[in-house]
Structures are given as structure tokens and as C-alpha cells.
Write a protein of this length. Sequence first.
Length: 95
Amino acid sequence: MQGHFLIMYDVADGKRLRKLAQWLENYARLIQKSVFVAEADEILLDKIVRGIKRYIDKDEDSVYLFPICEKDWKKRERYGISEEVSRYENTAVVL
């Protein structure tokens, strides 16, 4: 089963944050600071979840992973610059 997933995180330590963000860039698109979108099947999603768990401190950090059904994915709206942005640029993405 393939689907889209919104990944949002709050990582307390800058070093862990950079490592997680760099790792996630291999599997997902950065759309806002600390927000990624991944298109993944069950195998890739499992890999993403295992990687997230490897890079965070569960007592200090939080990561949210939201599945987005195809119906809602098709209804997404974007305002401003491209979905793929630098983590230092501002944009708004409405899902």
C-alpha cells in the first residue's frame, strides 16, 4: 500500500536535528522548517520510522507522522514558493 505521509518534528538538540533532517532528505521532501512529506509504501515507511527512532531522544524530542489519504492529498493547496524549500526559507502549505 502506497501513500503520502506528513512528518513533523521538534528536536531539542541541534546536532540531532541536523542529523535527522539530513537523513530524512533521502526519503522525503522538505516543505517547511521541520516538516517533510514522504510518498512511501509499507517497506519504506518502516525504514523511515526505524530511522526516526535511531536519530531522536525519546525523552527530549517528538516526531509526528500523519498518513494522508489519496482523496485528501489531491485536495491539498499550496500558497507561496515551491513545496521543496530550503529549511531557512518561509512558506505555507495547507493540507
